[in-house]
Design a binder for this molecule. Structure first.
Ligand code: FAD
Length: 476
């Protein structure tokens, strides 16, 4: 790849127009560091195009001059995928100004949005049309739909509605040669050859820049029941999930677990967070059950199943939110775990998945391994147990020093990933690869899978200008 010359910089500025670029160090700073402060890059220029055509013009200029391009959404990703390299040779393309909702069609249950729309704004727009857009995650106030689709984000409602990938009908993408792939079709049936959009969903910006998407909408729930349950352990959580799914006609929308250490961490570091129970328990589940009917039947069904679970010893105590505020307070206990971890010092994170039936075994084995390696380590295990996706995080002992603790990261993470993969799982469930997990991808993906990925990358981006160095290198 080439370096940026003053001549190319001028061409790029002209392509985006006034207000579409940032050159000063202070203005560029937020685009050059990731959410977790693990990755730091440099660039001569941050571009903020306001139209899809401007994105195409930028890419055509970069393709002709062999300049690397790093797409960036809300910059909330966990794997360093949105950060340029350290030598300053790549440009950052922020999609933030491409933030129009182009169309909502309530009868077709679809909306067409631009890539830079913030996820929470999309949820609100759907609600205003009396519909639901169900993608929901802790970063929804700042992540963008383009970033969500590029990472195939998961979140808390996957067990009912699927991953981001499942919520897309059509995609508009600018390819690495500057051509526009216009696939903004709002069709639920379209078997006309390869489903090309799937290539770009989850590709983390390595095959092109997503500029717009047609998203699926769903009926808006009229009754939402939020439950916080105390459980004897993760095994009981899996049984309770099955019991609730059977007993509420498949209305479970979210089923999250957190261990005792999570609740303690949140209480220590987040203002106003408090334990809903007077006694301490091993494990907690935050459950949401929702239905489009509003006759109270959903709550009744949930109460019946909970009573059975309490009798069976699967649940030890439970509270049901009596108001929207109480529901928000319970969700806050779950959603603020990442923030509490940040404040608690050094943290080693894992985003693994295993078959739901193996979650308890994974937590047991991984806990034993971490406690064997690091005395007094705090096991912060939480997440989307309904999808078999656990954020098995380790926070430094309060008496330790962050740097000494983080020195364990590489060895211990490999061991934790080995446990997940050994149980038929994945070392990266929903956060993607970026640069952080590239070595693990090389370790775990089969030679055939890696070869095919490199061939796809090479076929679509032979010059390797789209987010170079992320996920996979091209094979031509
Ligand atoms: C508090 C918190 C909670 C989170 N919870 C979850 C969770 O529950 N589930 C989950 O899956 N993730 C979660 N995440 C991770 C993160 O929010 C998601 O990965 C999110 O989808 C990233 O969106 P973004 O707009 O911030 O993308 P960015 O971080 O800006 O970019 C992510 C990747 O996508 C690429 N990209 C961005 N926009 C485009 C585009 N328009 N076209 C092509 N490529 C693009 C970037 O180059 C990069 O490789 C969480 C993060 C935080 C901070």
């Amino acid at each position: 790849l080439s370096t940026l010359t003053p001549d190319i910089i001028e061409k790029l500025k002209t392509a985006v127009g006034d207000g579409g670029w940032i050159e000063d160090a202070e203005g560029k700073a937020p685009y050059l560091t990731d959410e977790r402060d693990l990755f730091h890059g440099q660039t001569a220029l941050v571009l903020r195009p306001g139209t899809a055509q401007a994105v195409a013009d930028i890419i055509a200029i970069c393709a002709a001059a062999n300049i690397g391009i790093v797409p960036q959404g809300g910059n909330t990703g966990y794997c360093g995928g949105s950060i340029p390299n350290a030598d300053g040779s790549e440009i950052v393309v922020s999609l933030a100004r491409l933030n129009r909702i182009r169309d909502i069609d309530p009868l077709n249950n679809t909306m067409t949005v631009e890539a830079g729309c913030v996820l929470a704004d999309i949820q609100t727009a759907a609600e205003d049309a009396d519909r639901l857009f169900p993608l929901s995650l802790g970063a929804q106030g700042s992540c963008q739909i383009g970033g969500n689709l590029a990472t195939n984000a998961g979140g808390v409602q996957v067990l009912r509605y699927g991953n981001a990938r499942d919520m897309v009908l059509g995609l508009e993408v600018v390819l690495p040669d500057g051509r526009m792939l216009d696939g903004l079709r709002a069709l639920r049936k379209d078997n006309t050859g390869y489903d090309l959009k799937q290539l770009f969903l989850g590709a983390e910006g390595t095959l092109g820049i997503i500029t717009a998407a047609v998203l699926k909408l769903y009926p808006r729930p009229r009754e939402v029941v939020t439950i916080f349950a105390a459980l004897p352990g993760a095994k009981a959580a899996v049984s309770l999930l099955a019991r609730l799914r059977d007993g509420t006609a498949g209305s479970v929308t979210a089923f999250e677990i957190l261990n005792r250490a999570c609740l303690e961490l949140v209480q220590d570091h987040i203002d106003g967070a408090r334990d809903p129970f007077t006694e301490a328990y091993d494990t907690y589940a935050l459950i949401e059950i929702s239905a489009t009917r509003s006759d109270g039947g959903t709550r009744e069904a949930a109460e019946t199943v909970l009573a059975e679970a309490l009798d069976a010893g699967e649940a030890l105590d439970a509270v049901i939110a009596a108001s929207g505020q109480q529901s928000n307070d319970l969700w806050r206990l779950r959603e603020t775990i990442p923030e509490a971890q940040k404040r608690a010092g050094g943290c080693i994170k894992h985003d693994i998945s295993v078959p739901v039936s193996k979650v308890a075994e994974f937590i047991d084995q991984a806990t034993k391994r971490a406690e064997h390696d690091i005395k007094d380590v705090r096991i912060i295990a939480f997440g989307h147990i309904g999808d078999g996706n656990i954020h098995f995080n380790l926070t430094q002992p309060s008496t330790d020093d962050a740097e000494r603790f983080l020195a364990h990261a590489e060895r211990l993470s490999s061991a934790i990933h080995d446990i997940a993969v050994g149980l038929g799982g994945s070392f990266s469930a929903e956060h993607g690869i970026g640069v952080l997990k590239k070595p693990e991808l090389e370790r775990y993906k089969s030679a055939v899978e890696q070869d095919l990925m490199a061939l796809v990358k090479g076929a679509i981006d032979p010059k390797n200008i789209m987010n170079p160095g992320k996920i996979v290198s091209p094979k031509t």
